[in-house]
Design a protein around this ligand. Structure first.
Ligand code: NAD
Ligand code: MG
Length: 392
């Protein structure tokens, strides 16, 4: 019996890397479920390549396009709409859910996979930023095993003892050290960034990723989201997480212990490494990735974050310290702002401005359920939309 994988967000960058790992190990994995939002042609190629048992297209308006192009050889089942993800996450044939949808759109399905007690590989960091406390409590209650896919969190997890359970306190921890490439604008002036184009922002120096996370990497909001993500996955306050610029993206993060030991995980900047680690855990899967050549690397650099040029990280740190609804607002406003920037409605530097204004404008509200999270998310998006319309 091979492990049944449900891959949510199969047509994205993490989706493609996951498919590549699964393809390299047919003796261990089969694709039980795949989902895509609207990229019908990519989805059709995945169906031809893997013959998954169940296919979900979340954007119902593309249903006819998929029906027309569906390969004759496909003999699995089809479903449409977001609600189909949560249903599929619970199926008994699904052993592992790879949560690789981008943004808050992945929250409900990631939470459903956790509620179903599955092994959940979490790439969808926004789901943890929004609902981290509820998600971690649910994982503990339902016995779901969370495994980090984000390269930094996967690196930290690899530096912990094998018996460590994600969400538990780390014995002997001094601090977590989150490394950050600095993004494409690391050496740019604030004025130059104000005039940056979407193409410049998505041109990451080391990683090839989806457009949203690429812009987040340019503002450093990605590091802010990752800081919040780490507080939940590793049960630490934000004050126990240091962020260090490391332009080579070779040391993927570190864990420092009270005895002065620092452990790090190194590797090529290739998401197939953390994906293979999480899918195979606790085994190691042999995959065909570029190996590090230490003598060629020769030097690794580390420097402090320039908070004046990149205010997003401090905003996220504050949202994390204040907790409650703040990270939800931060995430929602950021998603709206990034989308507006990619569509050239606002300037690059206005992304963080918009996030900051939304946080200041919205009064604190308590959250006790995923429905509360979704309602604060919706409200924040409306306020962010108004901000953009008023600017335009
Ligand atoms: P991407 O844009 O390349 O792909 C996103 C996927 O989500 C696609 O399959 C798309 O069809 C699906 N999707 C988009 N909107 C949707 C919606 N409304 N409903 C349902 N599905 C929807 O993104 P990506 O770069 O693969 O990133 C995916 C997640 O992984 C993000 O949360 C990102 O932060 C995280 N992550 C990515 C990388 C990376 O290297 N790409 C690294 C670390 C973490
Ligand atoms: Mg990362």
């Amino acid at each position: 019996m091979t492990t049944g994988v449900a891959l949510f967000g199969a047509t994205g960058s993490i989706g493609e890397s996951t498919l590549s790992v699964i393809e390299a190990h047919p003796e261990r994995f089969h694709l039980e479920v795949v989902s895509a939002h609207s990229s019908v042609d990519k989805l059709v190629r995945i169906i031809e390549r893997f013959q998954p048992k169940h296919v979900i297209l979340t954007d119902q308006t593309q249903a006819n396009a998929l029906m027309e192009k569906l390969p004759k050889s496909f003999n699995g089942s089809l479903a449409f709409g977001e609600h189909s993800l949560a249903e599929a996450a619970c199926a008994s044939e699904v052993d592992v859910v790879m949560a690789a949808i981008v943004g808050g759109a992945g929250l409900v399905s990631t939470y459903a996979a956790v509620s179903a007690g599955k092994r959940v590989c979490v790439a969808n960091k926004e789901a943890l930023v929004m609902g981290g406390e509820l998600m971690m409590a649910e994982a503990e209650a339902k016995g779901a095993m969370l495994l980090p896919i984000d390269s930094e969190h996967n690196a930290m997890f690899q530096c912990l003892p094998e018996a460590y359970v994600v969400g538990q306190p780390i014995a002997g921890l001094k601090q977590l050290v989150l490394t950050c490439s600095g993004g494409p604008f690391r050496e740019w002036s604030i004025d130059a960034m104000a005039a940056a184009t979407p193409d410049q922002a998505v041109a990451h120096p080391n990683w090839s990723m989806g457009r949203k996370i690429s812009v987040d990497s340019a503002t450093l909001m990605n590091k802010g989201l990752e800081l919040i993500e780490a507080t939940h996955l590793f049960n630490v306050p934000e004050s126990a997480i240091d962020v260090v610029i490391h332009p080579e993206s070779t040391v993927h993060s570190l864990v420092e212990f009270v005895d002065g030991s620092m452990l790090a995980q190194l590797g090529s900047p290739d998401m197939r490494i953390p994906i293979a680690h999480a899918l195979g855990f606790p085994d190691r899967l042999d995959i065909n990735v570029e190996r590090l050549n230490l003598t060629k690397l020769s030097k690794l650099h580390f420097e402090a974050v320039n908070h004046e040029a990149f205010p997003a990280l401090a905003l996220a740190r504050q949202a994390s310290a204040e907790g409650g609804d703040r990270p939800i607002i931060l995430n929602a406003a950021n998603e709206v702002a990034v989308d507006a920037f990619l569509n050239e409605y606002i300037a690059f530097t206005e992304i963080t401005e918009l996030v900051s204004d939304c946080l200041n404008q919205i009064a604190r509200q308590p959250i006790s359920s995923i429905d509360d999270v979704l309602s604060i998310d919706r409200m924040s998006r409306q306020i962010a939309d108004v901000w953009i319309r008023e600017r335009a």
